[in-house]
Design a protein around this ligand. Structure first.
Ligand code: TXA
Ligand code: MG
Length: 314
């Protein structure tokens, strides 16, 4: 059931049930992070391998500090600048965090989200929320309550509706376990913005066997239909002239497929990011045989967009 009843959502969570919640990035599938049985249910519903740990969403910076055993100076600076907001930090976990949340790892990812409805919900609760994106394992992340309803509606008691996600891409994940910090996932906060505070970062993203971010699978965010990234759209349209194609465009283009979706007419990265998963969902459901997707310039949020498209290609 989709609705906007915060008291109902809070009650279900207190009872150890799952509730899909809006965040400023994508919708999350939330449970009481301090209740191992409730967290186990997330893995079950999402059909997610149990070696893939979950992000702990906290009401405030002070709350977040309770769930880590060390909050270094650099974390203070980043929290000052980006929290509440779409930055997730990997830090050594405190004893309060059940092992099932971190899949047995000694470190935990925490973030303080900025979505006003989720903040109101967190303020009603006396525990943080463990939540992965609310999509079945490997599928496209949800940016609207209806996306969650479509895939998980019959498996969870409530979907809290908070409108379309503002950023439309998951949070940026930064490991502060070692110095210097290591970027584990490109996301809504750009690498350049973080560099401004930390100095230049190491990136673990290109390393496919990266043990620090077990969820960063090479294939992820997948549509049911094949998705191909194009460099030369004319060539691809020619190659698939016997098929029906859906094309995601970044900026105006005279070349058109059978179905066309504009990520951003003005080539605005933020707008394109916010539209990406929404149009992937729509293109997956239209009458085409495959989806052609662009590669955008590799700067700012463009890196996160290319990362998600790269993992979606199949
Ligand atoms: O924007 C977001 O971050 C969304 C919203 C709901 O907050 N959440 C999200 O969660 O994208 P999820 O589970 O789909 O992706 C979290 C990523 C996974 O790749 C996971 O492996 C990694 O973070 N991660 C979480 N906890 C970790 C830990 N303790 N150590 C290493 N990686 C961790
Ligand atoms: Mg996810």
């Amino acid at each position: 059931m989709i609705g906007t009843d915060l008291d109902l959502a809070a009650r279900l969570l207190r009872e150890g049930k799952l509730v899909a919640v809006p965040t400023e990035t994508v919708y999350g599938l939330a449970a009481n992070a301090l209740n191992p049985a409730a967290v186990a249910e997330i893995y079950e519903v999402k059909q997610r391998p149990s070696f893939n740990p979950l992000i702990v969403h906290c009401a405030s910076v002070d709350e977040a500090k309770k769930y880590v055993s060390n909050f270094p100076e650099i974390a203070e600076k980043l929290a000052d600048k980006f929290w509440p907001g779409p930055l997730s930090l990997l830090l050594p976990k405190s004893e309060l965090v059940p092992d099932i949340v971190t899949a047995g790892l000694p470190n935990v990812v925490v973030r303080v989200p900025s979505h006003p409805i989720l903040r109101e919900l967190l303020n009603k609760l006396d525990f943080p929320l463990a939540a992965p994106s609310a999509n079945p394992f490997k599928q496209i992340s949800p940016t609207k309550a209806e996306h969650v309803e479509q895939h998980l509606g019959d498996k969870i008691p409530y979907i809290l509706d908070g409108g379309s996600s503002e950023h439309g891409l998951e949070s940026t994940i930064l490991s502060l376990v070692n110095s210097p910090p290591v970027l584990l996932r490109h996301g809504a906060i750009t690498q350049e913005e973080i560099d401004g505070i930390t100095g230049s970062l190491n990136s673990a993203i290109e390393n496919d066997k990266n043990p620090q971010a077990p969820g960063q699978l090479k294939q992820h965010y997948s549509s049911n239909k094949p998705l191909r990234i194009y460099r030369d759209l004319a060539e691809e349209l020619q190659r698939f002239k016997d098929k029906k194609v859906s094309v995601l465009h970044f900026g105006p283009n005279e070349l058109q497929g059978d179905f066309n979706y504009q990520l951003s007419e003005t080539k605005d990265f933020k707008e394109a990011a916010a539209n990406l998963f929404k149009y992937m969902h729509i293109a997956d459901a239209d009458k085409s045989d495959l989806i052609l997707a662009p590669r955008v310039p590799e700067k700012g949020i463009g890196k996160a967009i290319n990362d998600r498209l790269g993992r979606a290609e199949h």
